[in-house]
Design a protein around this ligand. Sequence first.
Ligand code: PGA
Length: 243
Amino acid sequence: MRITVVNDYATLSATAAGLVAGWVWAKPDAVLGLPTGSTPEGMYRALVSLGLRFSSVRTFNLDEYVGIPADHPQSYAAFMRKHLFDWVDIRPENVHIPNGMSADLEAECARYDEAIQRAGGIDLTILGLGPNGHIGFNEPGAPWDGRTRPVELTEITRQANARYFRNRQEIPRMALTMGIGTILESRRILVLASGADKAGIVQQFLKGPATPDLPATALRSHPDVTVMLDRKAAQQTALSGVI
Ligand code: PGA
């Protein structure tokens, strides 16, 4: 694992965007695995301002809520339009987001994994880190060989997402997520974490035991992972010897 610590969120966003842009310039038809959440917002802004061409890029989002239609403002489809897709020249047919409104969620997940295979696999997956160490919506205990599938969200994740919804009842209880197995098949992985709130989980992710109780620790077995942190996210982790 390569670990990069930068000064602040703005630098994290610009540096991550620079890495992604470099990879897309080298492979214009790259297949990207994309996250939502507050962490990647700045990276998406920076990618838009770089004017990166997305005309041949194909994307697969990590996850989507179950029961929230794509035109709902809190859907991840809406998030992606707002932060990236409405601002770049990506082709709609090259955008893939699991359909959490499908009448057959299992079949939708199988179809999603097949679409990833048909695209030739994912070149680069970008991940945020949940407060409980989740990646995508792979909550603690998720199998490390798991495929895209319906999952129940834990209380800690629902609380973290409460800020986006008007009341508790509205916060989704289920999502579709790429599995950890799906994520590990990505050729490269970039993990982003920012802010003091993430310092504890970053420390456990990088220094604690590798265990399904902390899903992100599965990434340690992957040969090409870059972890990018700002100073606040790195503040509880003694990093010499890890870098
Ligand atoms: P955040 O979420 O970027 O909003 O902190 C990260 C995640 O839950 O994966």
